[in-house]
Design a protein around this ligand. Sequence first.
Ligand code: PRX
Length: 650
Amino acid sequence: MAVKKKTTKKKSTPVRKASGGPKKMHGEVFYPSKEVVAQANLKNWDALAKSAAKDLQGFWAKEAKELEWFKPWKKTLDDSKKPFFKWFADGKVNIVHNCIDRHLKTSRRNKLAFIWESEDGKEHRTYSYYALNREVSRMASIIKSLGVKKGDRVTIYMGRIPEIVFAMLACAKVGAIHSVVFGGFSVDALQGRIEDSASKLVIICDGSYQNGKLIELKRIADEAIVRCPSVENVLVVRRTSHDVPFQQGRDHWYHEMLETPIAKERFPTEVMDAEDPLFILYTSGSTGKPKAILHTHGGYMVGTYSTLKYVFDIKDEDRWWCAADPGWITGHSYIVYGPLLNGATSFLYEGGPTFPNPGRWWQLIERYGITILYTAPTAIRGLMRFGEEWPNQFDLSSLRLLGTVGEPINPEAWKWYFTVIGKEKCPIMDTWWQTETGMFMITPTPVVPLKPGSGTRPFFGQEAEIVDEQGKPVKDNEEGYLVLKKPWPAMLRTIYKDPDRYVSQYWSKYPGRYMTGDSARRDEDGYFWIIGRVDDVIKVSGHRLGTAEVESALITHPAVAESAAIGLPHEIKGQAIFCFVLLKPNINGTPELAEELRQHVAKTMGAIARPEEVRFVDKLPKTRSGKIMRRVLKARAQGLPEGDLSTLEE
Ligand code: PRX
């Protein structure tokens, strides 16, 4: 039976009891079908939400007890030094113990943890939990032999192959802190992240495949690493077998080390404090340098475990596909850690959605019997434009749930996803969260009535609010700043090496509340609608980039005197980068130079940051104190009113 759909303009319609939603709802509402409610692990959203609201610590302690601890924690939440919150303090644990070791004691050891397919479709690999333990142990023993100790940072820069997952888990197993750099970033972005983390070891692959093209990751990494004195060793996984330069003493082939007695098929998992760092992940903020968001073993483990369990209703027979890249937080939490903590079977795919044709993803769903697909609105919009004839060639009947993340989903894309892909039987989990939150924060569960474009309500134990500049809650349906009121276990603990920035960035504007950096509104049903970022962060195809980083890349070109980058709406990408450039004297702004500057940004930062357009200008609008008024540039570029110009410099 299809999910019932009701549209109400002003009138309200009652919600079926089983959904646990509010009594009356407004707007276009998609109610969960009887079948969905019948199979859901959690049937009563309201009851759990109420009890978690009453006893936040009790809720999380119960969740944590579903996992194994080497030693129990003393205090579920320690907020004595807030905003430096601690969760499960004094507890001893290792996330890898719960992702892998724990399952080996049960029949789950024979269950598939990962199914992988190469971009060209010629290679297929599967790993049971038992085999995953072998692979991770081998990698862990090798990185330990390369001098990596508890607390050391290891940078990982690879394509979407199983070894990237092994590398992350191997670091966690030996107590090292991984710092994954998205394989689509280029030299400068990689160098900055290796340098800031002072990584001793970098794990890379020789190359990766993207849309049939070879990306020479080793060459890019070499260019970055020569400028990073902290790096002692580079472990190279062979993926493409093309010729790569090799530096004796520093570089080590992984496949060769696997043949030596160093590689152990069983290796001990380090005992960690719950609050010991698990990883850092760089993300863009409003200022030039990306911030290293730090997550820990204990709280992050509990948060990713529970959110995936409840929101995607994970069952033993599921085949889960999170189509993100392991290099972003979505991949960390919901390709690597969350699914393994739940003992799930995940599908990992090397390529993108439209290569060699726009039927590729749908073919994979049919081939592997995927039951849950979790992706980004940009991918859905990108696939939608090729029409339904592509998905209609394949049997998608295995799907039971769908998910979206990374940017607001426009109702048109939501409905296409719901109708054409989910055949009106798969609820869509629109999950709002961030690198910083580590886990879903505003999200439905399958039994909650859905409104296309809304992430519905905060996850159990959380409270969100929309406030004005002064921090006062605004009225229903008014736009304001989205803040979170309660601590949660997977919250970032700090910005690595920069605790002051952690406090000023997230906790200073509205003391006691976490500032998300997003604007949003809440409707009369208590449903949240994300509007977008309020800072200079842009989401290009769901990837988080800072305008300041693009400007820093432009300024390294000899022709550029000054520049300003902004994000403008884009039909497929959500947002695209537009740059305004002031050239040095006597340099002509030709179309060839504009193209050269676009390529320059792509080469230094990565192809995802390539500006859509570079425009030459004589002047940039600035305030009297010299700040570029991006708001004015945005309005001008779109032909919209420029608003209050009283602070504009003459
Ligand atoms: O603006 C919000 C948007 O993505 C930002 C966080 O980006 P990042 O740290 O890269 O993490 C993305 C994956 C978790 C948020 O501040 N965002 C994320 N999910 C949604 C969203 N906007 C609207 N709806 C979402 N579901």
